[in-house]
Design a protein around this ligand. Structure first.
Ligand code: FAD
Length: 597
């Protein structure tokens, strides 16, 4: 049933029904779709962009998995320990254990489905070094790993009986008797509404880097999934943990924030300041450029702060030792990116780089085995889910996260559907209310109080940049929170012109709600975590706080609709995992974390 792009009153909607509805068509969503479809269920995948887009396609450096092709000493235990140490032990250890054990199987499976990896001389999947990984562990396809991964998953999905709804945005989850039973969505071209009925929903909507002005993320990363889940009663975990990737482009201004893959450092790239000094010697003399991202990002930031920055306010990253042929073999995208966007030939001169907002470690709290949230019928996987990475994610650990936990969420949702047989019908007025709420910005009368959603977005991105950046202190976080709450107060006045047809202003009016809500939560959690741990770099507190190291910060929407925060004790690691670490290793790595900056 088509709508007429009308503005006044409610519009018509069509109804679609699936056993499992997956929101998001990045790596996590597609892997979940394959699993649920293979189990014989009717599966729908909704994506607000075209199939084959999503952040997953942008991934460059590789997928971390201990297949041991280059370094036979590698194994799941080492990968587990690296992941926990990098996450400063805030990680959900059970997720980290499952992840490290299952990642190799998922990568091999991807290869069997047709992914063409770079090869070792013996014809095995090639692996490269990456920051914080104690072995050469990243399986890769040059620096276009995400492209090959999504192409492979997409072809697999299309060969199955799965419905894909492209350029369709979900704006509300429906519940009945405490369970999630469907969602409302609109098509981005005509604004046609769709009511999806489903017994289980999997959120796979990615992160929220776009709440900051300088980011490696695309327009899709606004935090929709985390906030849709939060509004439906789901708990979020460790939302203060936002990753600043050490190397984003700096110059010219229009490209600021675009990622320079860690693969450059993995292939031997060297960081220097304006004095030519290889300053990582002062920050992590053992691992140097291959230290974890939080440490390298702080080092780059500090060099610039202390006046040893490059011409355009970054630091230098030099890969010239590889020469043109080596670069074209290992890092062709980086070569083209710098040549086309910055007129720099990286085989001859160094790049200028500076930290860029890249990834969100916090997210929807899930059960490790199944991806289930605390709301029956609602599951989550991929970057929008929290827990696996703790206070800092290792490079390459996201792509394998998508495969391992995408599969598990698909399996978990399928099992849930099979054992729960109930109606997904809801009252008609619930659907009408949700549609009317969506149409409000179009129908709001013109007045002096009207707000432009793009202006609110811009102010929000500036506020987050100024107050919830890498370096955090109480006063500034508090000021940021006040700014964000003031922006929240302006939301009811958002007005957009035109109709639901091809209207980016109308889409922005919805996005800005998620962006503001997720920003408020990040600031409130950052105020609570009064220590330096991983990505949380509180300059007004020294080092790590032992007690805070034992808790996750859990957020939930309370009865009044406000953000409620709880410090919840982390279940102690079982003996078989504890004994993998020496006592010193567990304490030592945590102690390092704050000191590095
Ligand atoms: C430039 C770049 C390079 C990277 N390189 C690497 C790397 O080398 N290795 C690594 O491990 N990680 C890397 N990462 C991180 C990794 O790519 C991401 O964390 C990962 O791809 C996220 O996958 P996802 O499936 O969770 O979400 P995404 O791939 O972000 O997909 C989210 C999906 O949800 C959809 N969506 C969002 N909101 C809605 C809504 N309301 N309604 C409907 N659909 C919605 C989007 O349209 C999209 O389809 C990189 C990230 C970037 C940005």
């Amino acid at each position: 049933m088509e709508t007429d792009g009308r503005v006044n009153g409610s519009a018509r909607h069509e109804v679609r029904e699936h056993d499992v509805l997956i929101i998001g068509a990045g790596g996590a969503g597609l892997r979940a779709a394959i699993e649920a479809s293979e189990r014989g269920l009717s599966v729908g995948v909704v994506s607000k962009s075209l199939l084959g887009k999503a952040h997953t396609v942008m991934a460059e450096g590789g997928i971390a998995a201990s297949v041991g092709n280059v370094d036979p000493d590698d194994n799941w235990q080492e990968h587990f320990m690296d992941t926990m140490k990098s996450g400063k032990f805030l990680n959900n250890w059970r997720m980290a254990e499952i992840f490290a054990k299952e990642a190799p199987e998922r990568v091999i499976e991807l290869e069997q489905w047709g992914a063409l990896f770079n090869r070792t001389s013996e014809g095995k999947i090639s692996q490269r070094a990456f920051g914080g990984h104690s072995h050469d562990r990243l399986c890769h396809i040059g620096d276009r790993t995400g492209l090959e991964m999504i192409r492979t998953l997409q072809e697999k999905v299309l060969s199955m009986d799965t419905m894909v709804y492209m350029e369709t945005t979900v704006t509300k989850l429906f519940k009945k008797d405490g369970r999630v039973v469907g969602a409302l969505a609109y098509t981005r071209d005509t604004g046609r509404f769709i009511h999806f009925k489903a017994k289980a929903l999997i959120m796979a909507t990615g992160g929220w880097g776009r709440i900051y002005k300088v980011t490696s993320n695309s327009w899709e990363g606004n935090g929709d999934g985390a906030i849709l889940a939060y509004d439906a009663g789901a708990e979020l975990v460790d939302m203060e943990m936002v990753q600043f990737h050490p190397t984003g482009m700096v110059w010219p201004p229009g490209v600021r924030g675009i990622l320079v893959t860690e693969g450059v450092r993995g292939e031997g790239g060297v960081l220097r300041n304006s004095e030519g000094e290889r300053y990582m010697e002062n920050h992590d003399p053992e691992k140097m450029e291959l230290s974890t991202r939080d440490v390298v990002a702080r080092a780059n930031f500090t060099e610039v702060q202390e006046g040893r920055g490059s011409e355009h306010g970054g630091v230098y990253l030099d890969i010239t030792h590889l020469g043109y042929n080596g670069i074209m073999k290992k890092l062709p995208t980086m070569y083209e990116q710098f040549l086309k966007l910055a007129d720099i030939d990286i085989s001859k001169e160094p790049m200028e780089v500076f930290p860029t907002i890249h990834y969100t470690m916090g997210g929807i709290k899930v059960e490790a085995e199944t991806g289930a949230t605390n709301v029956p019928g609602l599951f989550a996987a991929g970057e929008c889910a929290g827990g696996l990475h703790g206070a800092n994610r290792l490079g390459g650990n996201s792509l394998s996260d998508l495969l391992v936990f995408g599969r598990r969420a698909g399996e978990g949702a399928a099992g849930y559907v099979r054992s729960n047989n109930y109606s997904t019908e809801i009252e008609a007025n619930e659907i009408e209310d949700a549609k009317l709420q969506m149409l409000e910005p179009l129908e709001r009368p013109e007045s002096d109080d009207n707000e432009n959603p793009f202006m609110i977005q811009k102010d929000l991105q500036a506020a987050m940049m100024d107050h919830a950046n890498m370096m955090r202190i109480e006063e500034s976080l508090q000021e940021g929170l006040e700014k964000v709450l003031a922006l929240k107060d302006r939301l009811p006045n958002v007005r957009v012109q035109g109709s639901t047809l091809f209207n980016p202003g109308w889409h922005a009016a919805q996005d800005v709600y998620y962006m503001i809500q997720v920003s408020e939560i990040i600031l409130r959690c950052a105020l609570e975590r009064k220590e330096q741990r991983g990505a949380q770099w509180r300059l007004d507190y020294e080092g790590q706080d032992e007690e805070l190291g034992k808790v996750n910060i859990i957020v939930k929407k309370d009865q009044q609709g406000e953000v409620s925060i709880e410090k919840r004790e982390i279940t102690p690691m079982p003996e078989h995992l504890v004994e993998l670490f020496g006592e010193e290793e567990m304490v030592g790595d945590q102690a390092d974390a704050g000191a590095a900056g």
